[in-house]
Design a protein around this ligand. Structure first.
Ligand code: ADE
Ligand code: ZN
Length: 328
């Protein structure tokens, strides 16, 4: 039997929960800051990394939004996405459904076309290398419903480049129902629907994401395990959970990786997947997430393969050749 790390490396997988802005490595942050004349409150990449110690989601988000202030030009967005997609390919990711946060850029004065064209160029390159990529536009839930509607309107000219919409940022105090009408409009545009829920927020937010927004996948979903009826719903409807072990560790959603619920999710029959969330901030890309959580909770080779297969099943679109060869 090959070693677990070799199974993780060689198993084809999809990544369904990656914020492209969360793949901004400190070295690139410095390079873009220099190029764009942005001053950073740090002297070195090492100092940035030392600042990456978070007590909760909000402490991370404060640095995440600060970090992306270096992104201004089409070339910046291209380089950011291209670097991530190359790393994903090296981890044997065959398909990516990539989140981006347009409001964090348009709010600073970056035109929507600048970021859309930069991301698109990286996506075209990735497809040529054999890794399919789709984009999911996330609304920032700490902003208003009106601002979400304005963002959806501004995205209309690029609708053909979008797979779906999602919901991210500060969860507690911003329940999914706040965005019910925006998600209805997105559904009307033919977009697929996902939402972060149950990361810090209660099980009720996961119920709302399913029943009020009508999402097809839950991002994180850890706190769903507190509610047996919700677990039954997720299992019976095969609603995927995009779980992010190193993010959960860094943001103290779990007390330690040994306490991570990924194995329990599989034992409960849930369609759980492993993802990196914001790999530059949480210390690892997708395979590192697999390796660290597998070590910590003792995943078997079969469980690794199940998680990878789940990611291909949970994908909305994908690399159909690879997916059919895996499932045959
Ligand atoms: N934006 C980027 N990463 C996020 C996370 N883990 N939760 C909520 N919003 C985010
Ligand atoms: Zn996320």
């Amino acid at each position: 039997m090959p070693k677990l790390s070799e199974i993780i490396r060689s198993t084809p997988k999809a990544e369904l929960h990656i914020h492209v802005e969360g793949s901004l490595e400190p070295e690139m942050m410095f390079e873009l800051a220099r190029r764009n004349g942005v001053s950073l409150p740090y002297r070195s990449a090492a100092e940035v990394r030392r600042a990456y110690s978070f007590g909760n989601l909000q402490e991370f988000l404060d640095l995440y939004y600060e970090g992306m202030n270096v992104l201004w030009t089409e070339e910046d967005f291209f380089e950011l996405a291209d670097a991530y997609l190359r790393r994903a390919a090296a981890d044997n990711v065959v398909h990516v459904e990539m989140f981006f946060d347009p409001q964090a850029h348009t709010g600073r004065g970056v035109p929507p076309g600048t970021l859309m064209d930069g991301l698109d160029r990286a996506i075209v390159r990735s497809r040529a290398r054999g890794v399919s990529v789709s984009l999911i536009l996330c609304f920032l839930r700490h902003l208003t419903e009106r601002e979400a509607f304005e963002t959806l309107e501004a995205a209309e000219p690029y609708g053909g480049r979008l797979l779906g919409v999602g919901l991210d940022s500060s969860e507690v105090g911003h329940p999914p129902s706040k965005f019910a009408r925006v998600f209805d409009a997105a559904r009307g545009m033919g977009l697929r629907l996902v939402a972060h829920a149950g990361e810090e927020g209660p099980p009720e937010y996961v119920w709302e994401a399913l029943d009020v927004l009508g999402v097809e996948r839950i991002d994180h979903g850890n706190r769903a395990l507190e509610d047996d009826a919700l677990v039954a719903r997720l299992r019976d409807d095969r609603i995927p959970l995009t779980v992010c072990p190193l993010s959960n560790l860094a943001l103290r959603v779990v007390e330690g990786l040994a306490a991570h619920p990924i194995k329990r999710m599989l034992d409960l029959g849930l369609l759980a997947t492993v993802n990196s969330d914001d790999p530059a901030y949480f210390g690892g890309y997708i395979n590192e997430n697999f390796r660290r959580v597998a070590d910590a909770v003792g995943l078997s080779p079969e469980e690794i393969e199940t998680l990878a297969r789940n990611s291909l099943e949970a994908a909305f679109t994908g690399n159909s050749n690879v997916i059919s060869s895996i499932n045959s």
